[in-house]
Design a protein around this ligand. Structure first.
Ligand SMILES: *Cc1c(COP(=O)(O)O)cnc(C)c1O
Length: 386
């Protein structure tokens, strides 16, 4: 099976893990700090915190922005469920803004309309979570302008997007947001096994999330009530969690970071090659915005079901049977049973629904060969033109 995504682990990644295993610290030691500093410098953000996942990063980002009962958070319907679950963890309400039919990211016009109505009804969101789907940044300049106008804060779910650029800045610079999060799950751009990273230019938010990452505990007298502590003393000043990354994971991350730009470049080359090979087929290839350099986490095509004699299911099944690990990103969150029980329906988000009915993610990963890519394309040709 040609998988839809696959990590690339080298000898130097393995050696980096061995080095940590033979060192003094296995968790939250010097390697985590080095990984954080390097990602912060790479992105041009002043603070970076490594966590055990992007899901826990989103949770702490919401908590840091004081999301709680009575608050409302908005995100896109077309994303992984973690993008919206983070609001529910905090006891807040979630709502969705439909996607743009071209970029598949949150639609800024629909966002503006929905904000206008919400202001009249007194139901404005406290936080909006734009998701950089497939690694292409949302229109952050527009979203941040709306944030200033309507007074909401912004968390970028950049789980797909490390290594990408927007308006000449690296994703993660937080130029247009309060907080940005990355995922290091094995299918994402770089991996730490499991892992996530939070970036922010606010020292205050960074300190808050640092405490929450480790049980809400501090050893720094600046944040303690007891200003003259004895050497063993610590204080719990908030209700935190154990969301720490290990030094073992950070070692893989640091080593992977050396190849991040190369990975993104290969992903872009393979994507452009797909664009050319698929040009004459009844599919819509991914649109790329002029002001973005996408990290190309996913290569999503839309089937022209109006001109194809096959259903999406038939195309999907055929490719899977022939050893091509296609997959669908994503089932709209409002159509999940848990969300339906809260009263949501995917029918309220027509662009998301028609995207979902036509989308297929083709295999894309740094070690994908041209032969593998040719096989995917020729099988697709066979089933679409049959
Ligand atoms: C993968 C993913 C997450 C969750 O990442 P984990 O590191 O697995 O917790 C969140 N949001 C999006 C958009 C993702 O793709």
């Amino acid at each position: 099976m040609i998988p839809y995504g696959r990590q690339d682990i080298t000898e130097s990644d393995i050696q980096a893990v061995v080095d940590v295993l033979q060192s003094e610290f296995l968790t939250q030691g010097p390697t985590v700090e080095r990984f954080e500093r390097r990602v912060a410098n790479y992105c041009g953000a002043s603070n970076a915190l490594a966590l055990n996942s992007s899901t826990s990063s989103l949770h702490l980002a919401c908590l840091a922005l004081d999301v709680g009962p009575g608050d409302i958070v908005w995100t896109s319907p077309i994303t992984f469920v973690a993008s919206s679950n983070c609001a529910l963890y905090c006891g807040a309400e979630i709502d969705f803004v439909d996607i743009d039919p071209i970029t598949y990211n949150i639609c800024c016009d629909k966002l503006a309309e929905k904000l206008h109505v919400a202001k009249l009804k007194g139901t404005l969101p406290k936080v909006v979570i734009p998701v950089h789907l497939t690694g292409q940044s949302c229109d952050m300049e527009k979203i941040s302008k709306l944030g200033l106008q309507y007074g909401f804060r912004i968390i970028e779910d950049a789980s797909h997007a490390i290594g990408g650029h927007y308006n000449g800045q690296r994703v993660g610079s937080c130029k247009y947001s309060d907080i940005c999060v990355f995922s290091f799950h094995p299918v994402k751009i770089i991996t730490t096994g499991e892992g996530g990273m939070i970036l922010t230019n606010s020292d205050e938010l960074a300190v808050k999330m640092k405490h929450l990452r480790s049980h809400g505990i501090t050893r720094d007298p600046v944040y303690m009530t007891n200003k003259d502590p004895c050497p063993w003393y610590y204080e719990q000043i908030a209700l935190g969690f154990n969301y720490r990354m290990t030094d073992i994971q950070a070692a893989i991350g640091l080593s992977q970071l050396n190849r991040l730009d190369e990975y993104v470049s290969i992903r872009n080359q393979l994507s452009k090659r797909y664009d050319l090979l698929l040009a004459d087929l009844p599919v819509i290839t991914p649109f790329q915005s002029q002001n973005c350099y996408s990290s190309r986490h996913l290569y999503v095509i839309r089937l022209r079901l109006d001109v194809i004699a096959k259903s999406r299911r038939e195309v999907f099944d055929y490719l899977r049977e022939q050893g091509v690990g296609v997959i669908i990103h994503y089932i709209p969150i409002p159509s999940q049973p848990y969300y339906k029980d809260m009263g949501f329906s995917e029918k309220s988000y027509p662009n998301s629904l028609s995207y979902y009915n036509e989308a297929i993610s083709l295999p894309l990963f740094p070690k994908m060969t041209q032969q593998q890519q040719d096989k995917v394309v020729s099988l697709l040709k066979e089933i679409l033109l049959q």
